[in-house]
Design a protein around this ligand. Sequence first.
Ligand SMILES: [Zn+2]
Length: 172
Amino acid sequence: MIFTTSMTGRHARMRGMDVEPDLEPALDQRLVDAALAQLNRRWPADEPGGAAALRLDDGEILTSVGLDNLNGGVSLCHETGAICRAYTLNRRVTASVCVYRDPERDRILILPPCGICQERLAMWGPEVQVAVPDNGSATGWAARTLRDVNPYYWGAQFTDDGMWPSQESHSE
Ligand SMILES: [Zn+2]
């Protein structure tokens, strides 16, 4: 299930005669809150459950929840639906957050993207921001880039300059 919670994000403000873009940060509390809101819409408060929120390059936020199934082999991560929606819209993903409610310990976990979701997000390059747990911060999360969490990305071995492959090369 995918909800669009914002169609805004790229604003312009006037400064004298100049119009400067006022870009929102890719990963902020609003994106984390969007994931939490999706979690709470989908799952009863006393049950475990998760959700993800992605920010697109125009500021739009997409959310989704994973697919559970009796056959665990066909289940999908929470990010998957929003990733496919972003790709369907032909938009660039700039940030990803995944949250999980652990009712037994009455806490919310911030889940970094699993290895497979890191591969999916790699389509949009090493600067995609992802939320990671950070017990030292008041919010409980911190932003890291895909490059931070995957410094030895295998795909960079296939480019002439050692950079991450372009989005186009993922479609070849
Ligand atoms: Zn995953």
